[in-house]
Design a protein around this ligand. Structure first.
Ligand code: MN
Length: 318
């Protein structure tokens, strides 16, 4: 649950500024972008005289939001910067973040970097958009369909369609509230989940190439450039092949090892349902999270070394 003093403080701070810049984390996801656009809509609907600018990259694009072109040093110097869905100052996707008048942080990550003068943070919230919805509710602000749609994008994606652990009663309350604001679930799900035929063909092909260890619950897919280059897919889409091995009872650790256009090395995306695979990843030029890590190999022969370490991990001998 959000802290009501912090929520009131956000409204007061917005009221105190004429110019407001909203920035999210670099390489934004739906939660970051939905938070920024939803917040902008709410501010404009409730405080129509404010000038609000969303900055940084557009999700899944190399373009920046056009709002950013309207900024100049004078505007920036007078502006309140609101950051959404970003825990660290360096990760804020705004070149002039040092030049603003004041920074207000809205977030749902664990607090590691106290970069703002004020904040509205709930690290129990599944999505940053959940924090923004609760703020709007706490302050009786109007939320129109556009704002609600953007906020729902964050809620449904950061919760993995309400599957992940931190999904709770508050999450469903927010979803219910957003439905009352007039969102169209079918439109949202079509935008998020309709698949591209070329990618689906690739994923099925990739599953057919999987190698299943006979003695251990480990599987992998070796992907050469020749395997993927004629599939009319991007390298990001190649990487999605790792997901075809997930959610299978008999497989507890899985990875893809693929030839990339970006490096001479073989890139590895490594996943696990409960083993600490990051301990193996660091031994193979990589690292990451306990259940999702990356690594790099010099050649495909090194897959066998990786397998040796993963089997040791399963045997508790690493
Ligand atoms: Mn988030």
């Amino acid at each position: 649950m959000i802290n009501s003093k912090q929520a009131q403080q956000l409204t007061k701070t917005i009221e105190a500024y004429q110019k407001i810049i909203i920035a999210k984390h670099i390489a934004p996801d739906w939660d970051a972008q939905g938070s920024a656009l939803g917040l902008k809509e709410i501010i404009l609907a409730n405080f129509p005289k404010k000038e609000v600018y969303v900055v940084g990259k557009v999700f899944n694009s190399d373009k920046n939001f056009v709002d950013e072109e309207k900024l100049n040093p004078e505007i920036i110097a007078q502006a309140l910067l609101i950051t959404v869905d970003v825990a660290n100052f360096e990760r804020i996707d705004f070149t002039f973040k040092n030049d603003v008048k004041e920074v207000f942080k809205i977030d749902h990550h664990l607090e590691v970097d106290d970069f703002a003068s004020h904040k509205l943070v709930d690290d129990k919230a599944i999505a940053c958009t959940q924090v923004i919805v609760q703020w709007a509710q706490a302050c009786n602000l109007q939320v129109n369909k556009d704002a609600a749609t953007n906020l729902y994008f964050g809620l449904i994606t950061d919760s993995g369609r309400f599957l992940y652990n931190k999904t709770n009663q508050e999450t469903f309350n927010c979803a219910s509230f957003l439905m009352d604001c007039g969102i169209n679930l079918q439109e949202i799900y079509d935008k998020l989940y309709l698949k591209k035929l070329d990618v689906e063909k690739w994923l099925h092909h990739a599953f057919g190439m999987a190698v299943f260890d006979t003695a251990y619950p480990i599987a992998y897919i070796k992907i050469t450039l020749a395997d993927w280059k004629d599939h009319n897919i991007t390298e990001e889409e190649v990487k999605r092949a790792v997901s075809v091995l997930s959610g299978i009872r008999d497989i507890e650790i899985w990875f893809i090892a693929y030839e990339s256009l970006e490096t001479e090395k073989i890139k590895v995306s490594l996943r696990s349902r409960h083993y600490e695979i990051n301990r193996v990843a660091v031994k193979h030029n990589g690292g990451g999270h306990m259940l999702a890590s990356g690594a790099k190999l010099n050649n495909f022969e090194e897959i066998e070394n990786l397998m040796v370490d993963l089997r040791k991990l399963v045997d508790n001998k690493l």
